[in-house]
Design a protein around this ligand. Structure first.
Ligand SMILES: Nc1ncnc2c1ncn2[C@@H]1O[C@H](COP(=O)(O)OP(=O)(O)OP(=O)(O)O)[C@@H](O)[C@H]1O
Ligand SMILES: [Mg+2]
Length: 284
């Protein structure tokens, strides 16, 4: 649907490439036999199996199982402290799971010999607090990863940054520093900074929670636009209206597991789990 570059990044030996693509096909076969929640069939991009994570004695994730399809938009909701961020951060190994597997594009990224940095290049991440480099201009922020990682020449990265800034209507801020931008502008820059690498999936951890209410809309519209291009997105959010409108599937995490998941209409109109009912009664 979109113009993702599948193997555009890896200068790997031909044999390796063949192996990877064969593995992808295998995944496709597995996932094609699987029915999605809306009854259609999907092609899995991420497959999470029995993921567990504790901090000391505190068991936060107690066996998360899910599959995220290419082009799917998944919203994750749940009470504070239930492990939403821990789960999201596990997907690119910012948190290292205690047990379980995470297959991304056919590779189990929890295996020791996997080059996680290579995998991370294909996973864009956006945080609540933007995390822009304050000492760099907006344009330099966007150019940094592609040039530093050798994905693009300076000229290519500059052209890409110009294109992305134009897309979000901030061309005039190219030479400004993050401090000179509003929260909404900063977060939109953080989103396109992640897009500069042409990732295959975008992970968002409460991207609008730190924003003044009047700036939430501009960030959500950019995310919706991104969803409309077919980007695979996993979004931890408190914005229930957005989840209902944009997500293909909503997950409710409670007590370390996915306690309920459904298409948004069903999820919000007809929750089954008493904890979810209680949660929704408080947030809707
Ligand atoms: N690095 C850490 N060390 C110790 N405990 C942690 C760590 N990270 C998270 N936790 C604990 O794990 C639990 C889950 O945290 P997590 O941040 O994943 O929750 P959350 O669902 O994202 O909550 P919120 O909605 O408030 O962001 C919390 O009890 C938290 O205190
Ligand atoms: Mg969190």
């Amino acid at each position: 649907m979109n113009d993702k570059k599948k193997n555009g990044t890896a200068p790997a030996a031909p044999e390796t490439k063949t192996e990877v693509s064969e593995e992808k096909n295998e995944d496709q076969v597995i996932s094609n036999s699987r029915k999605k929640i809306d009854g259609t069939k999907g092609e899995a991009l991420i497959i999470v199996n029995d993921l567990c994570k504790s901090f000391g004695d505190h068991k936060v994730l107690r066996g998360i199982n899910t599959e995220i399809d290419k082009g799917e938009v998944v919203a994750i909701v749940g009470p504070s402290g239930c492990g939403k961020s821990t789960f999201l951060r596990s997907l690119n190994l910012l948190e290292v799971p205690d047990s379980g597997t995470i297959r991304f594009e056919g590779n189990d990224i929890t295996e020791k010999n996997v080059d996680i940095n290579k995998m991370r290049e294909k996973m864009g991440m956006v945080f609540q607090q933007f995390n822009l480099f304050p000492n760099m201009t907006i344009k330099k922020n966007i150019m940094l990863a592609p040039t530093k990682l050798g994905k693009m020449t300076k000229e290519q990265a500059s052209a890409r940054a110009d294109e992305l800034l134009k897309r979000i209507g901030l061309s005039d801020k190219a030479d400004a520093y993050p401090d000179g931008l509003s929260g909404g502008q900063k977060q939109r820059v953080a989103i396109v900074r992640a897009l500069a690498m042409r990732p295959d999936v975008m992970l968002f951890d409460e991207p609008t929670s730190a924003l003044d209410p009047e700036m939430v809309g501009e960030v959500l519209s950019l995310m919706k636009e991104l969803a409309d291009t077919g980007m695979t997105m996993v979004i931890v959010t408190h914005e229930m209206g957005f989840a209902r409108e944009v997500a293909d599937r909503v997950l409710f995490i409670n007590e370390g597991v996915i306690a309920e998941e459904n298409k948004p209409e069903e999820f919000f109109a007809n929750p089954q789990n008493p904890r979810l009912k209680d949660f929704l009664s408080k947030v809707l």
